[in-house]
Design a protein around this ligand. Structure first.
Ligand code: HEM
Length: 200
């Protein structure tokens, strides 16, 4: 078990974990903001915006898998002592669910896109640079099957986005509660130490 920190000291995540955390958060937010307003862009923008949404999503998938691998080899800092038993359980459950949703969102988006009837004539690439495959087991289905799958996978993709919004509110709400109501140095756990400060 990771050591429980003394009161007054801050146990921080490693630099790599912090970098991946903020990068994934920023990319997801960018991708969401782009797609939320897709119906309001001029027609010429719609396809490039959706293509960028897909590219960012695939990058997020790669980064979150790296984050999970990193986490397996680098134990996160223990939760502060002041957390009650229920809070500990809730924090671990919310983190596990967040990881699951952040993996499943791009996977269902990729499945939805692979069932798109025009996929064979619109090859996918990451940021117009790197060719990216569709899932052939889905793409090679008969047209009628693909049409139903396209609708079904989009329903999964959209529902998972709602789960993500709920988890995001919980995650940020809990961090702010610990920081400002409980007066714990919660946010610093995921922020680099100021120059000269000792790391715990
Ligand atoms: C972190 C990753 C991702 C997040 C958070 C995300 C989230 C979303 C959201 C919120 C929508 C709008 C749903 C609605 O209209 O209610 C959407 C649409 C869509 N997503 Fe994703 N997505 C991600 C990754 C992907 C990936 C990797 C692909 C494909 C490779 C993809 C393909 C699509 C497509 C094709 C649409 C429909 C766009 C349209 O026609 O309006 N998404 N996504």
């Amino acid at each position: 078990m990771a050591a429980t920190p003394d009161a007054g000291t801050v146990s921080r995540y490693s630099g790599v974990a912090m970098m991946l955390h903020w990068l994934v958060a920023g990319l997801i937010l960018t991708s969401l903001v782009m797609i939320w307003f897709v119906d309001h862009y001029p027609d010429a923008w719609v396809r490039p915006v959706i293509d960028t949404h897909k590219s960012i999503g695939i990058v997020v998938l790669g980064l979150v898998l790296m984050r999970l691998l990193w986490r397996a080899g680098h134990r996160p800092p223990a939760l502060p002592r002041t957390y009650g038993c229920g809070e500990r359980l809730a924090a671990h459950a919310a983190h596990a669910l967040l990881y699951a949703v952040i993996v499943l969102l791009p996977v269902t988006g990729w499945m939805h896109d692979s069932a798109w009837k025009d996929a064979p004539t619109h090859p996918m690439s990451l940021f117009w640079l790197i060719p990216w495959p569709r899932i052939s087991a889905i793409m090679n289905q008969p047209a009628a099957v693909k049409e139903s799958l396209h609708t079904l996978f989009f329903a999964f993709h959209r529902s998972l986005a709602y789960v993500l919004y709920a988890l995001f509110v919980l995650h940020v709400g809990a961090a702010l509660k610990h920081q400002f109501l409980d007066k714990e140095r919660e946010l610093e756990r995921m922020l680099p130490a100021p120059r000269g400060a000792s790391r715990t």
